[in-house]
Design a protein around this ligand. Sequence first.
Ligand SMILES: Cc1cc2nc3c(=O)[nH]c(=O)nc-3n(C[C@H](O)[C@H](O)[C@H](O)COP(=O)(O)OP(=O)(O)OC[C@H]3O[C@@H](n4cnc5c(N)ncnc54)[C@H](O)[C@@H]3O)c2cc1C
Length: 467
Amino acid sequence: MSFNFIKYKRNLPKQRNIKTRINDFEDYNNYWSQKDLKEQSSRCMGCGVPFCHQACPLGNFIPDWNNLVSKSNWENALKSLHLTNNFPDFTGRICPAPCEASCVLNINNDPVAIEQIEKEISEKGWGNGWITPEIPVNRTGKKIAVIGSGPTGLTAAQQLNRLGHFVTVFEKDPKIGGLLRFGIPDFKLDKFILERRVDQITKEGVEFIVNAHVGVNINVDDLIKDYDVLLLACGARHPRDLDIPGRDLDGIHFAMEYLTHQNIINDSELDLNQKQISANAKQVVIIGGGDTGSDCLGTAHRQKVKSVFQLELLPKPPKQRTEDNPWPQWPKVFVNSSSQDEGGIRKFSILTKNFIGKNGKVSGLNTVKVNLDNGVFKEIADTEKIIPADLVILAMGFDKPDLGDVVKLLDLKLSQNDHVKTNSNGLTNIDKIFAAGDMVIGQSIVVSAIAEGRKVAESINDYLSNH
Ligand SMILES: Cc1cc2nc3c(=O)[nH]c(=O)nc-3n(C[C@H](O)[C@H](O)[C@H](O)COP(=O)(O)OP(=O)(O)OC[C@H]3O[C@@H](n4cnc5c(N)ncnc54)[C@H](O)[C@@H]3O)c2cc1C
């Protein structure tokens, strides 16, 4: 038994130099040397009872593939990884890594760098030509329409096709990928990583139809007639708004408008026919201290912003876990994202009272410091402050799916928080119509979307074997 976690400290590849990387939208991260790979994966060995996979929504067999990597058995490590995860090349780059939070080493040491190992395994797989289309040998003759091509829809489509069903994916956007393509910036997830998976799935036999907005230019009743099952995987993109005086001023945008514009500009095959929302030479304020806000921050740096604040209503988290937030729970502690490392001013406990404008355009925010007292935000006297701004980005999360099209037409039952209600198998209140992903569970993360896609594919397969 080796106890290499005593011998080797956690390390991560050195990120690209900040001054250089903010001049482009390329991956900010790097790869390890062979020596680092062996050492870092071997830190996992000698663990008594691994907790990492219970925290992973996919239940990834993390110690298994770490063991294989530490022995340079890459091909089997990739096989083990693919047993539970269709897209380790996505999660190996952008997962918040709940596995690392619950790694046993994280009790009193630094966790195994599981996410980086996952990325390295999948890149070895692509580099060596081990990731190829898995074309089903037999076809069942059953037809499934998947609506939405985010990670939930892509995973379900791949799983169902591999089981021999004919799958068609209908996507309202001009390109496949959902938030992977239009939300997450290229410096976190370069779009070629998405493209090669879409190519793999296409070669496996899935048909993709873009610019196909079900309920608008695709008749949902026709789909019900033509397909044995419909799977709704439409995401939850309705943004939280800030209903305060001045909200109607020009220059205040939702995060997804802002991020989508930059993702379209970066793609030479897409046409941006509206004026770009740019942070160039502007004083920018991002309202929302989470990951979406952080993606806006990284984008603003690359657009050469003049100054940028990221405001958060909640108090600054502590540096260390508090007693009521023990391991293996997700640690509610202060961390900086790669974009926050690049610059900008983060402020906590700040409430925006109203926007200020000049000639119909936003020119600032009237803010005040608040205390969180028994779940209620209370203003602190004499702390009002004006922050000048000529671009404001609202990044306060998403509260529900778009309910105006397919959900309304099908008269689907909703949960208390306005997401689509399903039974434990993903079936909605209407026979043969399933739903999964953010549309059902609410705003989430990619690893959960992949898990949702796998789970609902299994349920649909069971349903089809009885119908
Ligand atoms: C800016 C941003 C950054 C993020 N960063 C991360 C990150 O770093 N790591 C992480 O793990 N998670 C991240 N997330 C969360 C993650 O992207 C989502 O949880 C995940 O994409 C949800 O997958 P989904 O397939 O359920 O929905 P989506 O990805 O939203 O896909 C839904 C798809 O359905 C399509 N659609 C909707 N209605 C219709 C219709 N009627 N007809 C046809 N098509 C339709 C949409 O166009 C879209 O393509 C981020 C989210 C945002 C907004």
